[in-house]
Design a protein around this ligand. Structure first.
Ligand code: FES
Length: 99
């Protein structure tokens, strides 16, 4: 009788371990907030988005996007306002003033 109980416990433990392993394998990466993409539309074909702006080219001030939603990236087009309204986030641009 004890061997039958051990067999059931052994099967249950194995099934639990296999089920958990399958869950970890199938779990979508988007469920982990640390692995969620910020950039959903800008130069997605590149491994890294890098932009350069010479300070001499800025007239008065440069307003640069930090939310990755701008259609004029790397410049801010105000899209962060809709993003903040939708998500409750508080992102905004980097403003560089030229004196
Ligand atoms: Fe991205 Fe303004 S649009 S910070």
């Amino acid at each position: 009788m004890q061997n039958i109980e051990l067999t059931y416990v052994s099967w249950a433990t194995t099934a639990l371990a296999v089920g958990y392993a399958v869950y970890l394998t199938m779990k979508a990466p988007s469920e982990d907030p640390a692995k969620k993409r910020l950039n959903a539309k800008i130069q997605l074909d590149k491994p890294k988005v890098v932009d350069t702006c010479d300070i001499e080219d800025i007239k008065g001030k440069g307003v640069f996007c930090r939310c990755w939603k701008s259609s004029k990236f790397p410049y801010c087009d105000g899209s962060h306002n809709a993003h903040n309204d939708t998500t409750g986030d508080n992102v905004g641009p980097l403003i560089v003033n030229k004196k």
